[in-house]
Design a protein around this ligand. Structure first.
Ligand code: ZN
Length: 672
């Protein structure tokens, strides 16, 4: 399963945090922008300090992570590889006029295709509409010598049809009930197969294995085909479909296994055995070993993992990710968890609603070193694996958040003009800049590790009394717990923050977002529906109203623009405590009427004038809604035939990386 950032769609916090030892390089965070996309680079803090053996392991796993890129292109659509290669050949060799709008449109199309790993949008799944004509495309292609295209010549007509015929291959993934989902989805997981065929084929397979408490994930690693009326799986393995790419992946995995330590060595070998045989039992063996391994500092994902791209939810796209533990961030959540009882005992809620024995949860935080396949360039910010239900039940799962990716999202948001547009006072901007991410991280940690688990119900109250208001009030409770403690001197004492300024950064941002900027995500004329957004509005509006006499929070209008300003951070913290007290009471007593009143009064209704202004100011900033990443580059440093170091570099060139990958990591034939 994947965890996607809500924040990264509309980043509200711009930032940095004090705990990064390395000097940041001066290159811009956003390396390219086109259509609805921005491409960001990410840094890998801590890589240089890793022992040589771990650096080497990361190097080999990273090579393995890049070798399966073509697999994903082919899985997404059977003509993606010839289309991409045709466009790349044109892009590299065209000697005509590159200043005309048609050329810019062609370049944009190719950039979009690289980003989506195919000609369908990575998020909406709709086929891209080219902004250049077929005539232009044919003319440009005709100026390039045939030998440049090689085997692509024979596929040129199919390429043209696929790009330009609007009636064909309209969506990569159709999920409309009633349609034949396989016939109407243009991904390449099935060939010549109807939905009924596929359902029957896998129902038979499951029936033959009925009662097995440890069923494999049938169909996960194959294409289902029908030839002469016979249904058959083409398995993705060495000697099977995609063999040429899988051989390279295995080559690098063997190198990785040679430097890995136990238990990781055995796990990598299990993964190799799976790639060599296609046997899903081996994949389960690998997953069990992987989930049990909590000691290896370097960790990775490499394989056919997520089934979001198959309308039947069976076939998995190829993806990869190499990472290592972010010890400092893990330390943060451990400290919070270890002190869970102190936080509970000092909470501003009524003593009878405090939990007598509370156990915090500590979240694992990782630093990603390489993204590949379906994690590149767009990537989740968190991962929860493995996916097989019985393994999760028997052995648990690993859940991690990727800190350097959220950090890069924040950095990229920083230059987008958002703060300058919506934050009035320079002192607030400076604090957000310095402590915004730390405040955000700590607030999330307190919310997740402690907030939801805190408090207890009155005798006789079962939970569920708050009905449809329950989830908003629950999120408010966890958020308030986090906000209240973000400003507590205890955090300084625990060494988690340098001063109250961290809370000031977090509070100013929270109020601005809750009262104003989050409205950018709401369509004109609509009210606030989503429970996290309702909760933020509830807290912000309630505190605004209850602090009005002391002018704790103020709306300031300057040059016709509205701003939210916090005048008294200490009093605001006290208001958070007061509201937490009340929300906990409502939950503990199951007081439906009071809960309803809070939500309906503060959390739902949108002021149309404020809403209109936010939408206008936001759209004037031109912030792209989707983001993805370029990878760092690693290089082995050798001396007298021995590897003595691994160097890391941060290229800031999206086109260069894509063309480079096409040259160095493209192993599959045009049609598979
Ligand atoms: Zn929550």
């Amino acid at each position: 399963m994947r965890i996607f950032s809500v924040m990264c769609m509309i980043a509200a916090v711009a930032v940095s945090c004090g705990r990064r030892p390395e000097a940041e390089n001066e290159a811009p965070w956003i390396v390219d922008r086109f259509d609805d996309i921005k491409v960001i680079r990410y840094e890998v803090p801590g890589f240089e300090q890793l022992p040589l053996q771990e650096k080497e392991l990361i190097y080999y796993l990273s090579e393995a992570a890049k070798c399966g890129r073509d697999i994903l292109f082919d899985q997404n659509f059977k003509y993606n590889l010839p289309i991409r290669r045709t466009l790349e050949t044109i892009y590299e060799h065209y000697e005509g006029d590159r200043t005309v709008p048609e050329w810019a449109a062609l370049e944009k199309y190719l950039k979009k295709m690289w980003f989506a790993n195919g000609i369908h949008h990575h998020y909406s799944n709709d086929k891209f509409v080219p902004e250049f004509t077929e005539e232009y495309f044919r003319t440009v292609a005709s100026t390039i010598p045939d030998e440049r295209f090689g085997e692509l010549n024979g596929l040129f007509e199919e390429v043209c049809t696929a790009i330009f015929d609007p009636t064909l291959y309209k969506t990569k993934l159709n999920q409309a009930a009633g349609d034949d989902l396989i016939a109407t989805s243009s991904n390449n997981y099935y060939a010549g197969v109807t939905q009924a065929d596929a359902e029957r084929f896998y129902a038979d397979m499951a029936a033959a294995d009925a009662g097995n408490p440890e069923p494999v994930s049938y169909g996960l690693n194959s294409q289902l085909t029908k030839t002469d009326g016979r249904l058959q799986e083409r398995v993705w393995k060495i000697g099977g479909m995609y063999s040429q790419a899988i051989e390279k992946i295995v080559y690098w995995l063997k190198k990785a296994a040679a430097v890995a330590e136990e238990p990781q060595k055995t796990n990598i070998e299990a993964l190799i055995a799976y790639y060599e045989t296609g046997n899903l039992k081996e994949f389960d063996r690998y997953n069990i070993g992987w989930v049990k391994d909590t000691v290896s500092n370097v960790d990775f994902v490499n394989g056919f993992i997520e089934d979001y791209g198959d309308p039947m939810g069976r076939k998995a796209s190829w993806e990869a990710n190499v990472n290592f533990m972010d010890r400092e961030a893990c330390h943060r959540t451990e400290v919070i968890s270890e002190n869970a009882q102190w936080f509970e005992d000092h909470s501003p809620v009524a003593p009878e609603y405090r939990k007598k024995q509370v156990k915090g949860v500590s979240a694992k935080v990782i630093t990603v070193a390489m993204l590949g396949g379906d994690c590149y360039p767009a990537t989740p910010i968190g991962i929860n694996l493995p996916n097989a239900d019985w393994i999760r039940k028997e052995y648990g799962s690993k859940s991690v958040t990727i800190d350097n990716i959220t950090y890069a999202y924040d950095k990229a948001a920083h230059g987008n003009g958002f703060d300058e547009e919506f934050v009035l006072r320079a002192e607030d901007r400076a604090r957000m800049e310095k402590y915004g991410k730390l405040a955000d991280d700590l607030h999330t940690d307190l919310h997740e590790c402690l907030g939801h688990g805190s408090g207890q119900l009155a005798p006789g109250v079962k939970g569920g009394e708050l009905k449809s208001y329950g989830s908003t009030l629950e999120e408010a409770r966890a958020d308030l717990f986090g906000l209240y403690y973000l400003g507590d001197p205890k955090l300084e004492e625990l060494g988690l923050v340098p001063s109250f300024d961290v809370a000031k950064a977090g509070y100013a941002n929270y109020m601005m977002n809750g009262l104003m900027t989050q409205l950018a995500r709401i369509e004109p004329g609509k009210q606030v529906e989503e429970s996290h957004m309702r909760n933020r509005k509830l807290i912000a509006e309630w505190c605004y109203e209850h602090g009005a006499d002391d002018r704790v929070i103020e709306w300031v209008v300057q040059e016709g623009k509205r701003y939210v300003v916090v005048n008294d951070f200490e009093k605001l913290r006290a208001l958070f405590g007061e509201l937490l007290h009340e929300v906990q009471r409502i939950k503990s007593e199951g007081d439906y009427e009071a809960g309803k009143e809070l939500v309906e009064r503060y959390a739902v209704k949108v002021d149309p004038a404020v809403h209109k202004e936010v939408l206008e100011r936001y759209s004037a900033l031109g912030i792209e809604p989707y983001g993805g990443f370029v990878n760092p580059e690693y290089e082995l440093v050798e001396q007298d035939g021995r590897i003595v170091d691994v160097k890391i570099a941060y290229p800031a060139n999206y086109v260069g990386q894509m063309l480079g990958y096409a040259k160095e990591y493209s192993f599959l034939p045009n049609r598979n």
